[in-house]
Design a protein around this ligand. Structure first.
Ligand SMILES: Nc1ncnc2c1ncn2[C@@H]1O[C@H](COP(=O)(O)OP(=O)(O)OP(=O)(O)O)[C@@H](O)[C@H]1O
Ligand SMILES: [Mg+2]
Length: 310
């Protein structure tokens, strides 16, 4: 199983479009995929045609200890599930502020789910912020993919994001690895996009050997600006259901193939257990049933540290 956080604190860079269409691309290849919508805007749920409904569990109910992921996940297409979110999830940020082990809620919930319902891929669509929801994603993930729009300030933003992954890797999740940067809304043929891409490639080459991004690359698949990608969400469809042969469909198909072919440096891909500290029993947020690692995490305010790193 691979668990991948699609993360960038900047808004509107293609996190949701990439979460949904990468997931759908992997599902089309025959893998069992689950998208966990961690954004109170609920965009990835809606993009996949799943509305959070009052009578059905959402990711908020998982964070508040009222439901299990396995009961909240909903089928969106063949091989593709989504755990929907809605505005209620914004309350989770507040409610978890003082909860002990708040960074580990999602990790434990996933461990419980995959024990009864295994997936090949779990993708987290993160909100554009570095609060407790994003920290939960980075704690539960083995891997980070950074969707990014190549523009003048992108390199500066990238270096801050990478510092955040370092902080999480030191304090909460030593397995965490940045596998790559996906260039979204790419304007092929422009000088700016090419220059920014070159600068980023050089920057990534200089990664310290022990940094979580030491093996990171810019994916060869560039996601070009394509109107069909912007239209597909309003039909509640991935690009493969809406317009599979458009440039957006081709780009995400290429990305799915490239992501699947990646071999992680930490070699956690396809391993069932190496990232799962089995000594941490499940306990709802607020209870003190914690491991040493979790206590260390709970004492420091990671969300604040991560924000100041950024
Ligand atoms: N390659 C693309 N071509 C055209 N439109 C795109 C492309 N990628 C994303 N969009 C559109 O750009 C907008 C922002 O994309 P998206 O919602 O994926 O970003 P995001 O990073 O998830 O945003 P947020 O930070 O608000 O969660 C959306 O309207 C989306 O449909
Ligand atoms: Mg989004």
């Amino acid at each position: 199983m691979r668990t991948i956080a699609l993360m960038n604190q900047k808004g509107g860079v293609g996190k949701t479009t990439t979460s949904v269409n990468l997931a759908a691309g992997l599902a089309r290849m025959g893998h069992r995929v689950c998208v966990i919508d961690l954004d109170p805007q609920g965009h990835s749920s809606m993009h996949l045609g799943i509305e959070a409904a009052k009578q059905k569990a959402t990711v908020y109910d998982v964070f508040s200890g009222q439901a299990k992921l396995v009961d909240a996940r909903r089928m969106a297409a063949a091989n593709l599930w989504v755990v929907p979110a809605d505005l209620d999830l914004a309350a989770a940020e507040m409610e978890l502020v003082d909860a002990k082990n708040r960074e580990f809620v999602l990790k434990r919930a996933i461990r419980e789910m995959v024990a009864v319902d295994p997936f090949d891929y779990i993708l987290f669509d993160c909100p554009p912020s570095l609060g407790v929801l994003t920290i939960n994603a980075l704690t539960a993930a083995d891997e980070v993919i950074i969707p990014l729009q190549p523009h003048f300030f992108a390199l500066q933003g990238l270096s801050k994001l990478l510092q955040t992954t370092q902080l999480i890797s030191h304090r909460l999740n030593p397995q965490l690895e940045v596998s790559g940067v996906v260039l979204c809304l790419y304007e092929s043929g422009t000088r700016l996009a090419a220059d920014v891409t070159d600068d980023m490639t050089e920057f990534l080459k200089k990664a310290p050997a022990n940094a979580p991004w030491a093996g990171a690359k810019i994916f060869d698949a560039r996601i070009r600006r394509n109107i069909k990608l912007a239209e597909a969400p309003s039909f509640g469809q991935s690009i493969f259901a809406y317009a599979p042969s458009c440039p957006g469909g081709k780009d995400y198909e290429a990305l799915a193939g490239e992501v699947h072919a990646l071999k992680l440096t930490n070699a956690t891909a396809d391993s069932e257990t190496t990232d799962e500290p089995t000594t941490i029993p499940f306990s709802p947020p607020g209870e003190s049933n914690s491991s040493e690692a979790e206590n260390v995490a709970a004492e420091g305010n990671l969300a604040d540290d991560a924000r100041s790193a950024a």
